[in-house]
Design a protein around this ligand. Structure first.
Ligand SMILES: *Cc1c(COP(=O)(O)O)cnc(C)c1O
Length: 366
């Protein structure tokens, strides 16, 4: 049977190591997982209640038009309902957008060390994945992106994780604005901002993407309920874009791509502002704790706008990851992102953060 080389050479996405597996492997009772940028507070109690009630309705197909969810989302973010759609996590949206805008032989581009889903989804669609330059602080170069797009007309999409996972760096408003302005009249390229961590951003010059959507038709935004809303297990992402793209997206997606519980949960989740505020505060306090402790221990890190932190281990991150596992701490090695000497740590509860810092500090300095 013929299988294309792009499929044969696919390296499957490596998720964070599950807690149960780590307990079994190392005979541990207590394991702390800070590996997948999940919300340490879990679901909002309002979401738990709504989902529990919705269990009675699961013999029905979910609403393929997202009626309630779309209405709630549009009101919440002051957007038109015609510019919103949803996917089975942002991951499905990334996959479908590449299928929508590209065909085999085309290319997409993202700055170096970007979220790995772009590359995997491109490869599945036989689309080439290209990387633009970043500086020593991992900040994407807009000039590099623009130059590559100018030279290579096979490039149809730019993916910008803003803030980026796993580095935690963000693209400031003036840079994004310059990129969009330069590409405004280029009908060959769309720019996608993947704002999975937008709720955690503290930088004052972070762009307002929802405003930019009104101005630039070839600009699309992806949001997720997996991080700040704590719904990673329910799978829900949102696509915000010009109605012409939303219309095409709705034609190619599976009609029942978002299950009923996810739709019900998101409506309740958007309504719980306190839970979101608690989640933000936990992350901000946690990051400040890590900054203080790692600085004092002379261990360098990358300042983060997400709910995670990239730490420079000064030695092989994979080794450190394995040693930390034996201590009951699951972190994320990032060698597959071209960062072999770093570990990514998700911000957890204060107790989890203390355990993480103490273990990692000990391992780095041993
Ligand atoms: C976690 C993450 C997502 C979220 O993916 P889902 O499929 O919505 O769970 C999207 N983009 C980036 C950059 C992420 O880190």
């Amino acid at each position: 049977m013929y299988i294309s080389p792009e499929i044969l050479s696919l390296i499957p996405y490596k998720p964070g190591k599950p807690i149960a597996e780590t307990q079994r492997e190392f005979g541990l009772k207590e394991v702390v997982k800070l590996a997948s940028n999940e919300n340490a507070l879990g679901l909002s109690p309002k979401v738990v209640k709504a989902v529990t009630e919705a269990l009675q309705e699961l013999h029905r197909y979910p609403d393929p038009s997202f009626y309630d969810l779309k209405k709630t989302f549009a009101e919440h973010f002051k957007l038109s309902e015609t510019s919103i759609s949803f996917g089975n996590g942002s991951n499905e949206i990334i996959d479908l957008l590449i299928r929508l805008f590209c065909e085999p032989g085309h290319s997409i581009i993202a700055p170096k060390h970007s979220f790995v889903a772009y590359k995997v989804c491109a490869q599945v669609s036989r689309v080439k994945y290209l990387e633009s330059a970043v500086d020593a602080q991992f900040r994407p170069s807009i000039d590099s992106l623009l130059q590559m797009c100018e030279r290579d007309t096979s490039i149809k999409m730019i993916f910008l994780a803003n803030p980026n996972n796993p580095t935690g760096v963000y693209i400031p408003a003036r840079d994004l604005q310059r990129l969009l302005e330069t590409l405004k009249s280029n009908s060959n390229i769309v720019v996608v901002a993947d704002e999975a961590y937008t709720e955690f951003v503290r930088a004052s010059d972070y762009p307002n993407a929802l405003e930019l959507l009104q101005k630039y038709k070839n600009f699309l935004v992806i949001r997720t309920f997996s991080k700040a809303y704590g719904m990673a297990g329910l799978r829900l992402g949102a696509l915000l874009a010009d109605p012409q793209w939303i219309d095409l997206f709705n034609r190619i997606r599976n009609p029942f791509n978002v299950n009923h519980l996810a739709q019900v949960a998101a409506v309740a989740g958007l309504d719980d502002k306190e839970h979101l505020a608690r989640s933000q505060k936990l992350v901000w306090d946690g990051l400040d704790y890590f900054y203080k402790k790692f600085s004092a221990a002379k261990i360098s890190y990358v300042e983060s706008q997400g709910n995670f932190l990239l730490v420079d281990c000064q030695k092989n991150g994979q080794d450190l990851f394995l040693k930390a596992l034996k201590l009951g701490l699951i972190t994320r090695p990032v060698d597959s992102y071209g960062l072999p000497n770093y570990l990514r740590i998700t911000v957890g509860t204060q107790k989890e953060n203390e355990l993480a810092f103490n273990s990692i500090e000990k391992l780095i300095h041993s």
